[in-house]
Ligand binder design. Structure first.
Ligand SMILES: NC(=O)c1ccc[n+]([C@@H]2O[C@H](COP(=O)([O-])OP(=O)(O)OC[C@H]3O[C@@H](n4cnc5c(N)ncnc54)[C@H](OP(=O)(O)O)[C@@H]3O)[C@@H](O)[C@H]2O)c1
Length: 311
């Protein structure tokens, strides 16, 4: 199949284009500045911007499937308000959908985010929710995937955790986190997610479905933080940072150009956990997915097998 991956040069896109290429698809990775870093030779790079319809028409013209991975990161980008998120996520998706429909594609696959909700609490979540609405309303076969936070090589998640400490407690072994880091995530490994996205491209049973996807463990930000620092042989004590103080700190940092702002502050109060894990729709078993501590090298894949033998 001819598959155009908008945002194919980003973190998930690089892994996904590699998987699609391995499966024998003809893959085009589309972005504003495609540089090819980390992509197999078989993947064709094309320049396109979802805010510029004309730039999308030629790359999408002969596609069978379009996948939308274009995003403003919820973690590291400055707080651009509703307008910036709406421009990239909702209007960008609508423009890409329109071009895809005109090209007569068979399917549009949208990589959304867990909790996407037009009435949600952050600019990112609201814009992702509006984009999902646009995909459902479009006259094209679609699949919407809503993962929790994604970890893996090239991703921002582990780095983000460390950056938070640089903000709140540089150089000391305590780590003040908003609310004590009680909010929970269900991190999924990119190596587990990507085959599901690739299946969504071809398997007919996924048409018109929206899937919530999470990893095998629900972890609080406090637990995640401890694991990240443990994996580097460091020990930190997580202590609660009063929300008011965190809000002021993040807002000030955002306003002076540090890549974090009030949207990130709000994200730090929210759980990001599936209501029901849909990984089974892709033949995966939740408990078989890669745990975050295993990715960090703190446990090995053999631990479970050893326990089973011991039992
Ligand atoms: N990473 C996670 O933890 C996570 C969790 C849940 C959902 N998601 C969703 O998964 C998708 C991919 O995330 P990711 O982490 O791989 O993001 P990423 O690494 O930031 O990649 C974003 C991609 O979009 C491209 N892009 C940005 N603006 C564009 C524009 N105006 N026109 C065309 N391309 C543009 C970027 O390339 P250029 O800058 O060169 O244009 C890049 O290739 C997103 O929809 C995100 O919301 C991610």
């Amino acid at each position: 199949m001819r598959v155009v991956v908008a945002g194919g040069t980003g973190f998930i896109g690089t892994h996904l284009c590699t998987e699609l290429d391995r499966r024998g698809h003809h893959v085009v990775a589309l972005s504003r500045s495609p540089d090819g870093a980390g992509l197999p030779d078989g993947v064709v790079l094309k320049r396109g911007d979802v805010t510029d319809r004309n730039s999308l028409e030629a790359p999408v013209a002969d596609a069978d499937v379009v996948i939308n991975l274009v995003a403003l990161s919820p973690l590291f980008k400055p707080d651009g308000g509703d307008e910036m998120h709406d421009r990239i996520h909702r209007r960008g998706t609508e423009t890409l959908l329109d071009v895809a429909e005109e090209a007569g594609v068979d399917r549009f696959v949208q990589l959304s985010a867990l909790g996407a909700d037009p009435g949600g609490p952050t600019h990112y979540i609201r814009a992702k929710g509006r984009a999902d609405e646009a995909v459902r309303e479009a006259d094209v076969d679609h699949v919407i995937l809503q993962p929790s936070v994604v970890f893996g090589d090239g991703g921002e998640f582990v780095h983000f955790t460390k950056r938070l400490k640089e903000i709140f407690a540089p150089g000391v072994p305590v780590y003040p986190l908003p609310g004590g880091g009680q909010n929970r995530f269900q991190p999924i490994w990119v190596g587990d997610l990507v085959p599901m996205v690739a299946d969504a491209v071809t398997e007919p049973e996924h048409a018109s479905e929206t899937y919530e996807l999470g990893g095998p463990d629900v972890l609080s930000l406090r637990e995640i933080t401890n694991l990240v620092f443990d994996s580097e042989g460091q020990s930190v004590s997580v202590v609660p940072l009063p929300m008011g103080l965190a809000k002021v700190g993040l807002s000030v940092l955002g306003s002076v150009g540090f890549p974090m702002g009030s949207d990130q502050y709000r994200s730090l109060q929210l759980d990001n956990v599936v209501s029901s894990n849909d990984v089974g729709a892709f033949g995966a078993v939740e408990s078989d997915l890669k745990p975050f501590d295993e990715y960090l090298g703190l446990t090995g894949p053999s631990d479970d097998a050893d326990e089973a033998v011991a039992a």
